[in-house]
Design a protein around this ligand. Structure first.
Ligand code: VGL
Ligand code: ZN
Length: 208
């Protein structure tokens, strides 16, 4: 399939901490890397998202005495799942997986940098108001369609896809180029939410 220059691939959070051996390892998170490399060769526009938290970030259980990872608490902007410390700025865990081969990626968008606000989405922080600027970047470059791959399908990929759709992009998630955390049914919920929002759920064979 020929992919138009109005289309971008968004590679979400394929970082050491989300792959086996990392602080918040997504099962099989490393297995999608070769497929992402192959898919990316079809695209002229590639953007990478990178979870990039300061130490003591509000999404870390360690920042909330008495709480454990995977507890859900209330923060000023709403419910927040607490995670093990992960993707701390400039640590090895925050680096991209070494197998990624995306020399033509033009933009790396870092998110979750605000100490008090999480950001699963590559477009909007969890307060649902602060933008990362990604929608504006894509629109200024004439992009109207985005394909997403990466980690984790039921958190950062889903929220990025919902926000891409809400920002007016034709949005597709390449399911076999993603892996999920699947916490308390979060995978099934994510699939349903994306379908309801009009996000296309496809397989890589539809692209290569
Ligand atoms: C993610 C949990 C916390 C993700 C990021 O990339 O899906 N999940 N931070
Ligand atoms: Zn995070």
């Amino acid at each position: 399939m020929a992919i138009s220059s109005r289309t971008a691939l968004l590679v979400i959070d394929v970082q050491n901490d989300f792959t086996p051996g990392g602080q918040l390892a997504v099962p099989e998170g490393d297995l999608i890397v070769p497929l992402i490399n192959r898919l990316a060769r079809q695209f002229t526009q590639v953007v990478m998202a990178q979870d990039w938290h300061p130490t003591g970030h509000a999404s870390f259980a360690s920042s909330h005495p008495g709480h454990q990872p995977y507890d859900v608490i209330q923060l000023p902007y709403g419910e927040q799942t607490l995670w093990p410390d992960h993707c701390v700025q400039s640590t090895a865990g925050a680096e991209f997986h070494r197998g990624l081969d995306l020399p033509h990626a033009q933009l790396i968008i870092r998110k979750g940098c605000n100490p008090d606000i999480d950001s699963y989405s590559a477009f909007l922080e969890a307060d649902r108001r602060t933008t990362t600027g990604l929608a504006g970047y894509l629109k200024e470059r004439g992009i109207d369609t985005v394909y997403m791959v990466g980690l984790a399908l039921d958190f950062c990929v889903m929220f990025s896809a919902l926000d891409a759709r809400a920002a007016g992009f034709n949005t597709y998630v390449v399911l076999d180029a993603c892996r999920a955390i699947d916490l308390n049914g979060s995978l099934a919920t994510a699939i349903e939410r994306m379908q309801d929002a009009g996000v296309g759920l496809i397989q890589s064979t539809e692209l290569i």
